[in-house]
Write a protein that binds this ligand. Structure first.
Ligand SMILES: [Zn+2]
Length: 243
């Protein structure tokens, strides 16, 4: 509980800070994104690289997943970043169709759109703990592997692509941010056709099986490049870059 005296002290402290500190830098790129449960259609305008750095920092320090959309226009250096995640938790985040529709309306084509969400470091730490018998002394590469896009991320990618085809609303590509770097995940045409033709209820377990095979091979080999090959071999398209 904050006492009245404490409150006044705090108020003075922040007032003093406001008076003594220089005005904030004009550059919007110095602002760091925040994790919260609100959808914000007032974008931050920073370059793609700066935005990605901000998200990696959030993945390193944050507790929750959250999602952003980055819109880029040809010939324009800075990108528009929208915080779009709702129903955020430690393990998941949702992006609504209505949100994507609104963002589509705000931009004149041609533009490109990328969806990002973060896998916080604490989630990777927990997964490593769960795997302790496989990973007694986890390496950096193994940390990367446990933070890679999971079956749910591939399923979301499949659904987004199907929705984009039917609605004409651009959903763009998906990237998953962890505290060491960024993964881009997609689905091969072959796997897409398989998923279209199986019972919708069966899609997630089907992807789960492929994901477990690919992931565990990479973890056992302690090799990110082997894991990436194993993902791609199974139609779980994956690219990764360290940040
Ligand atoms: Zn995810």
């Amino acid at each position: 509980m904050v006492t009245r005296r404490k409150f006044i002290q705090n108020a003075f402290a922040s007032l003093a800070f406001a008076v003594l500190s220089p005005p904030p830098l004009a550059s919007a790129s110095s602002r760091i994104f925040q994790t919260n449960n609100n959808v914000d259609l007032n974008p931050e305008i920073v370059s793609r690289v700066q935005g990605e750095k901000n998200l990696v920092e959030l993945a390193r320090t944050g507790d929750f997943e959250d999602a952003w959309v980055c819109v880029e226009t040809p010939g324009v250096k800075d990108a528009y970043w929208y915080n779009v995640g709702k129903n955020i938790s430690r393990d998941s985040v949702q992006v609504g169709k209505d949100t994507l529709r609104e963002i589509n309306k705000k931009h004149k084509s041609p533009f490109s759109l990328t969806r990002y969400h973060i896998h916080p470091k604490k989630k990777s730490d927990k997964k490593v703990l769960d795997l302790k018998n496989v990973l007694p002394h986890p390496s950096k590469e193994q940390y990367v592997i446990v933070g890679l896009p999971a079956e749910g991320d591939y399923l979301a990618e499949f659904m987004a692509h199907e929705y984009e085809r039917k609605s004409g609303i651009i959903w763009g590509k998906n990237k998953v941010v962890s505290y060491l770097g960024i993964a881009k995940n997609d689905i091969s045409e072959e796997l897409r056709n398989i998923l279209r033709n199986i019972d919708p209820e069966e899609r997630k377990p089907y992807l789960r099986k492929l994901w477990v095979e690919a992931c565990s091979t990479g973890l056992k080999a302690d090799s990110l490049s082997i894991a990436i090959d194993e993902f791609n071999k199974r139609g779980l398209k994956l690219e990764y870059y360290f940040m």
